[in-house]
Design a protein around this ligand. Structure first.
Ligand code: AQP
Length: 352
């Protein structure tokens, strides 16, 4: 096998991941995966199926296995190249868990207490939430820093967690500055202070088709709230036809979408798929009724998404092929992560 750590010299290194929690949807594609594909052109990319994050909430083992394959198939169907980059599932590289434990001892309780996503996800049932859900951002920091990734594409919902990764890197570098120098790492900075990658499409926040104030989400109980990556063309069209709207026609200026979350969402989806601005969409459809806009939106979503969905379904029929890609990717990932871990352990004073 080739030495990926050497192949990966020279370019900025990107790490990102998607949780295999089922119902992979248009928001995951437009807000994350589509951008992952573009980043391959000028970055070394490591794309992970973050299955250990998924189990912060109970997962049915049979469904988890299918969902890991589904996210992998979505990566491949969208155009991620597992030969030139790395595609793998987190649990096959034990260094993620090992580094996460070290970061549990670097991060402060106060930092984690401020994480708004834990508050949202745990809700009123905080006492009953898993410790993993609370410590999740430390595992995310380990995911990124095991590869000393320089850049992470983030949506708004993950910005706070990336800040925490930066704080952990900074604290580790400070706490062990002398040992980092002594271990021969040139200067006292071992972990990079990872930068967020905010590029075109990164901020495409897709909302529920049933409620424009809630994000499109895997866990929404209504299947009509989202377009999933396994939907065929008819189902996509049906869901758009049934999407909630208001009685007015579309405005001609984006300012007119201000208090109209459902209209804003549908215009946003059109713009994200077509890679144009919402104003461009309104230049074409301003003054038109939803009865005219929805069929055009369905056409554009079907045209943009159906080929990926078709390929995804084909790949899902070849689970052995997917598993082999994950295994090969894990071996490549492990080479990099195990080097980081042995350096970290040496810096910290562990033996062996
Ligand atoms: N609605 C969305 N619009 C734009 N981007 C989105 N992402 C998720 N939902 C939207 C982006 O998809 C990436 C992977 O997400 P994840 O699976 O790691 O976790 P999540 O953000 O918790 O995804 P979901 O779909 O909303 O799942 P549940 O219902 O479990 O919370 C991330 O980059 C995310 O920003």
């Amino acid at each position: 096998m080739s030495d990926t750590s050497n192949e990966f010299l020279g370019q900025n290194r990107v790490f990102s991941g998607v949780q295999p929690t089922g119902n992979l949807h248009l928001g995951n594609y437009l807000g994350a995966i589509k951008n992952f594909v573009k980043l391959q052109d000028n970055h070394d990319c490591i794309y992970c199926v973050v299955d250990m994050h998924a189990i912060t909430v109970w997962q049915d083992p049979k469904e988890l296995r299918e969902n890991i394959r589904e996210v992998t198939a979505a990566y491949l169907a969208a155009g991620i190249n597992p030969e030139n980059h790395i595609v793998f599932n987190q649990s096959q590289v034990k260094e993620h868990a090992e580094l996460a434990w070290i970061f549990n001892c670097v991060a402060r309780m106060g930092w984690l207490n401020r994480m708004t996503q834990f508050k949202e996800k745990a809700g009123k049932n905080r006492e009953n939430a898993s410790c993993g859900l609370f410590a999740y951002p430390n595992l995310m920091a380990a995911d990124i820093l095991a590869y000393r990734a320089t850049h992470v594409p983030v949506g708004n919902d993950q910005k706070q967690h990336l800040e925490l990764t930066r704080d952990i890197a900074q604290k580790f570098n400070n706490d062990y500055a002398a040992n980092i120098l002594e271990a021969g790492h040139g200067n006292s900075t071992y972990f990079p202070i990872t930068e967020p990658l905010i590029s075109e499409g990164n901020d495409a926040r897709i909302m529920s088709l049933r409620d424009g104030s809630k994000k499109m989400s895997k866990s929404d109980p209504s299947d009509l709230s989202r377009i999933v990556m396994t939907d065929d063309s008819d189902t996509i069209s049906k869901k758009i036809r049934k999407a909630k709207t208001d009685p007015d026609s579309l405005p001609s200026e984006v300012a007119g979408l201000e208090d109209r979350p459902e209209a804003r969402n549908l215009v946003g989806i059109y713009a994200a798929v077509k890679e144009c601005s919402p104003q461009d969409v309104l230049n074409e459809f301003g003054g038109k009724e939803f009865s005219a806009f929805k069929p055009a939106l369905a056409d554009i979503v079907v045209e943009g998404i159906a080929p990926i969905n078709n390929e995804l379904r084909k790949l899902m029929d070849a689970p052995d092929h997917i598993d082999a890609i994950l295994k090969q990717g894990s071996e490549k990932a492990r080479k990099i992560a195990s080097k980081t871990l042995s350096e970290v352990k040496e810096i910290m004073g562990f033996i062996g």
